[in-house]
Design a protein around this ligand. Structure first.
Ligand code: SF4
Length: 688
């Protein structure tokens, strides 16, 4: 039997048909039958011989993991939680979720933390992915939805500024939108330290120095103002704060921006002219500018450009961010963030607390307040008032968190680490209890794609014997903790019904969305406040959900990276993804076809840089940062800046580039600085 569902990986959430373990693209508005190599091979995950099919536990730290029954595993988890909380208080236990979890799971995990555990500590790996863009959009527009317009607007945009995204490799089916945009006569300007597949295909490429985004953005704004390309009427009528942003950008004249960023002055002027003379300009950011200790400010600086051009809230133009993880959007809306309740409500908002208390059937005062964001949460392990027990669901922290060796040490220091996963990931291998969970095609739920379109993930087959769904696991642990009355559900649909209720009247209002409507309409865009509301493909047409209905400019100067180059570490290290792997690789490293294409991380270096260090293509290089060192195979390529080394982050252990990255975080979003730190390089032969 063929089941219509969606790819397990990125935020494009391509429509797929699943027949047995065969996966094929299906006609769906976002992908129109197209799939990338990852989606096309996703069936290989389902009956993989490495699947976990029984709970595992170790008797004491240092002992090996061995199989145990579900009853025993759940008893151990519940007993350890109760013991930890009795000795150290409810906040000594934390939950850590993921941006790949369905909306129902994200909702349930947040509720489980606050209602079953009564802890304020719940956060997720979207903190490493989407938090800067989310914070910037909330500050500038009063609401964060990755794309506030449908993908189908892209082909009509006359000029697109795409910053820090290599979509040609990370989500290839989206390229059809950009191809149509170019066929319609539109221009694409890519900002990236690498001449990626996307940049090679663009009209112009601004190859900036890593960590210099705010200077590029201020420089472009400076030229747009100087050359009279801004929309004064829009700025006056629909925005505030322009004068301050203007004063800041005045200091970023093109020659100075060239010195800071390495982008030639003439190219900056060309790019600004293309954008400024376009009828329908569009600005799209992604992890490049966002995954920095200045990530929120970088994003705000690019949003300033969109506001100055007067394009936000107009069809076929505007500002958006390209979400990364499969449910990067819905995962940040429904309560698995440290500061958030379902529907994008704030946990410190008394009205939101009252509403959730009514839905959950408990006093508002019993809902814990804001908790620690991800990096801080991990850092606190081992501290007197820190986390002692951690439940991880849908995340492989040991690979995806910055300063990976320190993270591993912290995870080992926990009294209890529980990991729910379908493979023995690097994080699961450190756990005291591992609970085998179901995969994408073995369970029901909803996801929210990068456009804000809520879609259905359908169950195509039962999970293998011995495996339970994440929802079932959370309900079972709640039962073992004596909190079953708050978790009476048996199905994802029942949880979605509660989520609808919980988000009624909230910024991310799902109350009008039903499983039936999703089926009938190929997804529904939030906000959707009633069942007869059509959903909201485009936001901000009539105003912004901010005081006075106006969007806000922000004055954001360029600041250097937290860990800048010096004589000892004279290069920049930047990280990212490759076509054939996905995030921490827990899934894709189990797919033979993908492993053949990308079996290991490569250190991309410019030929001139390689020569300088005596390195050749295929040779080995030792990269060392202030956190530690790791050895990689060299890929010599002229597509990268001479001062920069790129390594993809999909691998663990000795192959993990995140052992080298910097855990410095953006002060607003808590986003770590994955995209830039100082590094030294040495040929391994020279070291021996
Ligand atoms: Fe899956 Fe993303 Fe590839 Fe589409 S682009 S098939 S959603 S990984």
């Amino acid at each position: 039997m063929v089941t219509a569902t969606h790819c397990p990986y990125c935020s494009l959430q391509c429509g797929v048909d699943v027949d047995g373990i065969a996966v094929s693209g299906r006609e769906f508005p976002t992908n129109r039958g197209g799939l990338c190599r990852k989606g096309a091979t996703a069936g290989a995950l389902l009956r993989h011989p490495d699947r976990l099919t029984t709970p595992l536990a170790r008797d004491h730290k240092g002992a090996a993991l061995g199989p145990v029954s579900w009853d025993e595993a759940l008893d151990r988890v519940a007993a350890a939680i109760l013991r930890t909380q009795a000795e150290h208080g409810p906040d000594a236990v934390a939950c850590f979720g993921g941006g790949g979890l369905t909306n129902e799971k994200a909702y349930q995990l947040g509720k489980f933390a606050r209602v079953a555990l009564r802890t304020r500590h719940v956060d997720y790996n979207g903190r490493f992915c989407m938090s800067s863009a989310a914070a910037a959009a909330s500050k500038a527009f009063g609401l964060d939805r990755g794309l506030p317009f449908p993908l189908s607007d892209i082909p009509q945009a006359s000029a697109i500024l795409l910053i820090g995204s290599n979509v040609a490799e990370t989500m290839p089916p989206i390229m059809r939108y950009f191809e149509r945009q170019q066929a319609n006569g539109g221009t694409l300007i890519v900002v990236d330290p690498r001449r990626t597949a996307t940049a090679q295909w663009a009209t112009r490429h601004l190859q900036l120095r890593p960590g210099s985004d705010a200077a590029v953005a201020n420089g472009l704004l400076h030229i747009l103002v100087r050359d009279h390309h801004i929309d004064q009427e829009y700025i006056r009528r629909r925005t505030e704060g322009f004068e301050e942003a203007l004063r800041t950008s005045a200091a970023y004249w093109p020659e100075r921006v060239e010195r800071i960023t390495g982008v030639p002055e003439a190219l900056l002027i060309e790019a600004a002219t293309l954008l400024g003379s376009a009828d329908r300009p569009m600005v799209l950011t992604a992890r490049g500018p966002e995954q920095q200790a200045q990530g929120v400010n970088n994003t705000l600086a690019y949003i300033n450009i969109a506001l100055a051009l007067g394009c936000v809230g107009k069809p076929f133009s505007g500002y958006g961010t390209l979400t990364g993880q499969g449910n990067g959007q819905g995962g940040r809306e429904h309560g698995q963030k440290a500061d958030q309740l379902p529907g994008y409500r704030r946990v410190d908002d008394p009205a939101a607390r009252r509403q959730m208390a009514n839905v959950w059937g408990l006093p508002a005062a019993s809902i814990p307040g804001p908790g620690r964001p991800a990096v801080d949460l991990i850092d606190s392990i081992g501290a007197d008032d820190g986390i002692r027990a951690l439940i991880v669901m849908g995340s492989n922290l040991a690979v995806s968190a910055p300063d990976g060796s320190a993270v591993e040490d912290r995870l080992k220091a926990l009294d209890l680490l529980v990991v729910c996963d379908f493979f023995l990931s690097e994080t699961a291998a450190l756990a005291d209890v591992v609970l085998p969970s179901a995969q994408w095609a073995e369970e029901e739920g909803t996801m929210t794609n990068l456009e804000g379109r809520v879609i259905r993930r359908r169950c195509a087959m039962d999970p293998p014997d011995g495996v339970r769904t994440d929802l079932d696991i959370l309900t079972s642990v709640a039962e073992h903790l004596g909190k079953q009355s708050y978790f009476p559900y048996r199905t994802a649909r029942e949880i979605f019904e509660e989520l609808r209720c919980a988000t009624r009247g909230a910024p991310a209002d799902y109350s009008g969305i039903t499983y039936e409507r999703i089926d009938a309409e190929d997804g529904v865009f939030w906000p959707c406040p009633s069942v007869d509301h059509p959903g909201t493909p485009r936001l901000f047409g009539d105003g912004f959900p901010r005081p006075g209905g106006r969007a806000k400019f922000h004055a954001v100067p360029h600041l250097p990276p937290a860990d800048d180059r010096d004589d000892v570490r004279p290069l920049y290290l930047t990280t990212g993804r490759v076509l054939a792997q996905y995030q921490s690789g827990t899934q894709t490293r189990h797919v033979e076809d993908l492993e053949r294409v990308s079996p290991e991380p490569l250190a991309e270096m410019h030929p001139a840089t390689a020569r300088l260090y005596g390195l050749t293509n295929g040779g080995r290089v030792r990269l060392t940062t202030r956190r530690g060192g790791a050895t990689f195979t060299v890929k010599v390529t002229p597509t990268i800046r001479e001062d920069t080394v790129f390594v993809a982050f999909h691998w663990g252990g000795e192959r993990s580039v995140n052992r080298l990255t910097n855990a410095a975080v953006d002060p607003t979003s808590g986003m770590p600085e994955f995209k830039v730190c100082a590094v030294s390089a040495a040929a391994v032969d020279n070291l021996e």
